[in-house]
Design a protein around this ligand. Structure first.
Ligand SMILES: [Zn+2]
Length: 488
């Protein structure tokens, strides 16, 4: 009897139950997907692709990947002991203040900012980032969150949050995008309001060797050989903010510093290379700077380096030293030819200097395209012809995405680059070898353009050519190489 009633009910009840369940589930999924940022939606194509990849263990191809927000956007603040800092928040405003500081610094790190400035003005926090020498906005948060920013930063740097007028200095570390940075915090009251400046120092750059800079294998070989000459001079140059100090330090690291005594004169000593004596040297008063350098040379170091050489008096002392020692000179210039003419103009006898000069290097920093959101395109044949690439098989080149994808009215945020479209940087180098003929040309006062033409004839590749090689390899875009090469 019971079966007679239940069996028909079961066959009606099951589909009815399923319809009710599925209806509720679909309503929930739609409601949820509307609330979250687009790429965190469930049961979407991208979500199913991620699930399939996780279950089968196979990596997704890039078409299926779809950015995931929240992954890799984290930043962790640490003390100088490398232990994470835990800031207890007394209230919601404090907690959001720390979150805002995290947002600001994550943004600064993916943009490769070197300085973050915060000016408190009329209840607003004006956040400015210095990126490649230019100042850009990092947002102008307002209200209770903005008011918490200075206190949160000061607490992170171990400073007194109550002190808003007197200058304070502190340090901390941050890990973001897989790299470690040192943050040097300075706070001070001003007429307009409290000011905070944070210098961001990439600690990875402080450990780079010649092979990590972006030099090609032949370039590493040529630079190593030039650095090994004793006596001799190697000249390294770049425009401002183009990674010159990182290259100088990588060169210093190339010497065996247990056998050799290495001394480096720098305008500011921010980072030190182990077993190198770093000496802060201001060249404004050339005579006294030259005296300081001469004093160190009396101790007969094996290698002497000078960053940002600008004083003729110091240049004369270094030219003298290059008859016995290995001398490494850095100065600001926009190509190897200009670097050579600037150095020659600083020394009393170009001929004597040329005797020991082996190599002139010029460099730029180019940003790597973000591997997640870069966009492939077919290059225009006319462009390939102009760039002397018609003979090479170049099917695709890459560029930054033209526009930010929008799903359901919300921008899709790239997890790797935070929509900056570039992630990471590499050096771009041109090396001008100085051979006997070039030395003779310098001796007779030849035009630097002719010396460069001679080097080009001997196989020197210029910045544009080296940059194009990076474009063909898919690492960066044409626009980025042009931007970098144009810097002066
Ligand atoms: Zn990206």
């Amino acid at each position: 009897m019971a079966a007679a009633i239940l069996v028909p009910l079961f066959f009606i009840g099951l589909p009815l139950g399923l319809i009710l369940f599925a209806g509720a589930a679909i309503t929930y999924v739609m409601h949820r997907n509307n609330l979250v940022i687009p790429n965190r939606g469930v049961l979407t194509k991208a979500h199913l692709a991620r699930l399939r990849a996780r279950l089968t263990g196979k990596p997704m191809d890039s078409g299926e990947r779809g950015p995931v927000v929240g992954v890799g956007r984290d930043i962790i603040f640490m003390g100088m002991d490398d232990l994470p800092i835990r800031l207890p928040a007394a209230n919601e405003a404090q907690r959001r203040g720390v979150q805002e500081v995290e947002r600001i610094f994550f943004d600064a790190i993916v943009r490769h900012a070197t300085v973050v400035g915060v000016l408190m003005r009329g209840g607003k926090a004006q956040v400015r980032l210095r990126v490649a020498g230019q100042v850009i906005s990092g947002g102008d948060p307002e209200g209770p969150v903005a008011e918490q920013i200075p206190a949160a930063l000061k607490r992170l740097a171990g400073l007194s949050p109550e002190e808003t007028r007197k200058p304070q200095k502190g340090r901390l570390r941050a890990v973001g995008g897989g790299q470690t940075f040192e943050l040097r915090v300075k706070t001070q009251g001003s007429v307009q309001g409290e000011r905070i400046a944070v210098r961001i120092i990439d600690l990875a750059g402080s450990r780079m060797a010649l092979g990590d800079l972006g030099l090609s294998e032949e370039q590493v070989q040529a630079l190593s050989e030039a650095l090994a000459k004793r006596p001799g001079i190697v000249l390294v140059s770049a425009p401002k903010n183009s990674g010159l100090t990182t290259t100088l330090h990588a060169c210093l690291r190339h010497f065996d510093r247990y056998i050799n005594t290495v001394v480096a004169f720098e305008p500011h000593v921010d980072l030190e290379v182990e077993n190198v004596q770093h000496i802060a040297l201001s060249q404004e008063d050339g005579a006294s700077a030259a005296e300081a350098v001469r004093g160190q040379l009396r101790l007969a170091p094996d290698v002497v380096a000078a960053d940002s050489l600008s004083s003729p008096e110091v240049a004369a002392v270094l030219a003298e030293a290059s008859r016995q020692q290995t001398v490494l000179v850095c100065l600001r210039a926009s190509d190897a030819g200009q670097a050579l003419s600037r150095l020659l103009a600083l020394v009393p006898s170009p001929e004597a200097l040329a005797a020991g000069l082996w190599l002139v290097v010029n460099q730029r920093l180019v940003r790597d395209l973000c591997p997640v959101c870069k966009e492939a395109y077919r290059p225009n044949p006319e462009f390939l012809r102009k760039a002397n690439l018609a003979s090479q098989r170049v099917d695709v080149l890459y560029r930054p995405p033209k526009s930010i994808a929008v799903e359901k009215g919300k921008p899709v945020i790239c997890p790797r680059c935070n929509n900056v479209r570039y992630a990471g940087r590499t050096g771009l180098f041109e090396l001008m070898a100085i051979d006997d003929e070039a030395r003779a040309m310098i001796g007779r006062g030849a035009n630097v353009a002719d010396i460069r033409a001679h080097a080009r004839k001997k196989g020197m590749r210029n910045l544009q050519e080296e940059g194009l090689a990076l474009v063909i390899a898919g690492r960066t875009s044409i626009e980025e190489v042009l931007r970098a090469v144009k810097q002066t």
